[in-house]
Design a protein around this ligand. Structure first.
Ligand code: FES
Ligand code: FES
Length: 211
């Protein structure tokens, strides 16, 4: 997965991440004992009111400063398609889009989302029509237990949004941060290439059938 998206932080524990975020806010106020520049947007320690755009709908919420986007989506908005597995930035099961770029929702504080629109797996289809990559995952049987599937699909859909003719290596790179315990990778590659219209390449590489 592209590391611009914050999904390359496999060695960053969630505790360090949250601690670091808190310290950043604190250090601004205490910088140089001398009371550096005042904080313009200090939040906490209690809940903070904010507005969050998710799948095209604006939500007014109260969130804790330490609350992750995954927690907000799942527990406050009921969008449980975003899965939480490791909860520390190593598996990408929680992948969502921020401004159409993939991010790990378990490593993103909701208060840091700002005005960036959030897209979850629930927002990928257009009414009753599945996104091509969702349909391809079904057609190519690219899922087993399904726990990694929403995150995997969000990563693959982001790839197709920025590159309509990906190579096999492009697909491999796009899901390099998405961990699938069931080992569905060949089917995921095949489905993504099929959704991009380069099915012949997928079949040639993996011996898949043309369906
Ligand atoms: S990376 Fe977020 S749950 Fe694993
Ligand atoms: S399908 Fe089971 S973890 Fe990927």
């Amino acid at each position: 997965m592209s590391k611009e998206n914050g999904k390359g932080g496999q060695d960053i524990s969630r505790r360090r991440f949250l601690k670091g975020a808190g310290l950043t806010a604190l250090s601004i106020s205490n910088m140089a004992e001398g009371k550096a520049a005042p904080i313009k947007s200090a939040v906490g320690p209690g809940p903070t009111a904010l507005s969050l755009s998710v799948n095209g709908v604006q939500h007014k919420l109260q969130v804790e400063p330490c609350e992750t986007l995954a927690e907000t989506l799942r527990w406050k908005l009921g969008l449980t398609g975003t899965k939480v597995s490791c909860d520390r930035g190593t598996c990408s099961a929680c992948t969502v889009w921020l401004d159409r770029k993939p991010f790990c929702a378990c490593m993103t504080l909701t208060i840091d989302v700002g005005k960036r629109p959030v897209t979850t797996i629930e927002g990928l289809a257009e009414n009753d029509t599945l996104h091509p990559i969702q349909q391809a995952f079904i057609d190519k049987d690219a899922t087993m237990c399904g726990f990694c599937t929403p995150g995997m699909i969000m990563s693959c859909a982001a790839l197709l949004a920025r590159n309509s003719s990906p190579t096999l290596d492009d697909v491999r790179h796009a899901v390099s941060g998405n961990f699938c315990r069931c080992g569905t990778y060949p089917k995921v590659f095949e489905a993504t290439l099929a959704a991009a219209g380069v099915e012949g390449v997928a079949n040639e590489k993996f011996g898949g059938s043309s369906q």
